[in-house]
Design a protein around this ligand. Structure first.
Ligand SMILES: [Ca+2]
Ligand SMILES: [Ca+2]
Ligand SMILES: [Ca+2]
Ligand SMILES: [Ca+2]
Length: 345
């Protein structure tokens, strides 16, 4: 039987005092408040640290240890395991290697579109080197140039609107740009006595760094897209001294390239970074073999490259400072020309 408290006759018949719920709730509320305040502080400090990570030494490594929001899962590269070049992709952890092209021609020079959905490359499948575009799974191959002279080394502008490439159509290798459908081809360089090679876009899409030289003396130069502002960046003068294959970091602005000027012999290339004005050259690899074709990850924290340090050329990745080198391929033929996929969007 339930007593009506209002009619409870005397204090003696009142039920025993309830357990100190109010105090428990107070403690729980205070506890929750403390946890909430600590959580909010951590989030705020984390946000500040994230925003300030470029200014605080050591913080970068904290944030680069997790999965990048800008890097795709794949690295495209050329492999010669079938006797001539075919294009493959492999996961950044070395798993899931997949062949994308299969034909008796040489397919090479892969570069991803900035949206991570397409690969532009060079192939001689129609007789001589021309430029082609395909989907990330190898389907939908489209020919972009149709020229009896060599066209090669295509690379997308950061906004995805243009492709820079080299062409010998004017009698000598010059850097050209075209729309992504192959239309509106125009020259950027005009150097009838030197071969201009390996264009790499500036982060703002207004300049190119490329390799240029005669014979076996090759240096890096920078030029505005309209052909003005030609600037020499490296000063190799000795015959057989070569600096080439630049890759311009879209985040830090650093330029990675390969050179044999620090090597023990002609075929001892190493990967070096420098500022886009040529200053502050920093050597990242120290083998007496070839370390070649550096390509920045889209988030700018790592480099893909190839090296024959383990016998034949294999694909590797490393941190931007040259640390933490990891090998991705392991086969008996050469692998080359890597390109790191931007996160598909
Ligand atoms: Ca092939
Ligand atoms: Ca030229
Ligand atoms: Ca080396
Ligand atoms: Ca290999």
């Amino acid at each position: 039987m339930i007593e009506n408290p209002e009619t409870a006759p005397t204090p003696q018949t009142l039920p025993p005092p309830p357990p100190p719920k109010k105090n428990t709730w107070k403690k729980v509320a205070i506890g929750c408040g403390i946890v909430l305040v600590v959580f909010v502080c951590c989030v705020a400090l984390g946000a500040i640290a994230y925003l300030e990570r470029d200014k605080i030494p050591g913080l970068d490594s904290l944030f680069s240890s997790g999965p990048s929001h800008e890097n795709g899962d794949l690295i495209a590269f050329t492999s010669y395991r079938n006797g001539e070049g075919d294009i493959y992709v492999i996961n950044v952890d070395g798993s899931g290697e997949t062949q994308l092209t299969s034909n008796p021609a040489n397919d090479t020079d892969t570069e991803w579109s900035p949206d991570g959905s397409k690969i532009v490359f060079t192939s001689d499948r129609d007789g001589n080197n021309n430029i082609y575009l395909m989907n990330a799974d190898g389907s939908g191959v489209t020919r972009l140039t149709d020229n009896a002279a060599d066209d090669a080394s295509p690379t997308f502008s950061p906004d995805g609107q243009l492709i820079a490439f080299l062409s010998k159509r004017n009698g000598n290798y010059e850097i050209h740009v075209m729309n992504v459908d192959g239309a509106n081809v125009r020259t950027v360089t005009n150097s009838p006595n030197t071969a201009d090679l390996d264009p790499a876009w500036s982060p703002d899409g207004q300049q190119l760094i490329y390799a240029s030289g005669t014979g076996l003396v090759i240096n890096l130069w920078r030029i505005n897209l309209d052909g003005t502002g030609l600037t020499q960046l490296t000063y190799n003068t000795k015959d057989t001294f070569i600096s080439w294959f630049p890759s311009w970091n879209g985040k830090t602005g650093l330029v990675a390239f390969e050179t044999n000027i620090y090597g023990s012999k002609f075929s001892d290339f190493d990967i070096v970074t420098m500022n886009p004005d040529g200053s502050n050259q920093t050597r990242l690899t120290f083998t007496d073999t070839n370390d070649s074709f550096p390509e920045w990850s889209p988030d700018g924290t790592m480099l893909a490259f190839v090296s024959n340090r383990d016998g034949n050329f294999e694909l590797y990745i490393m941190n931007a400072d040259g640390s933490n080198i990891r090998r991705l391929t392991n086969n008996s033929e050469d692998d080359g020309a890597p390109s790191w996929q931007p996160k598909p969007r």
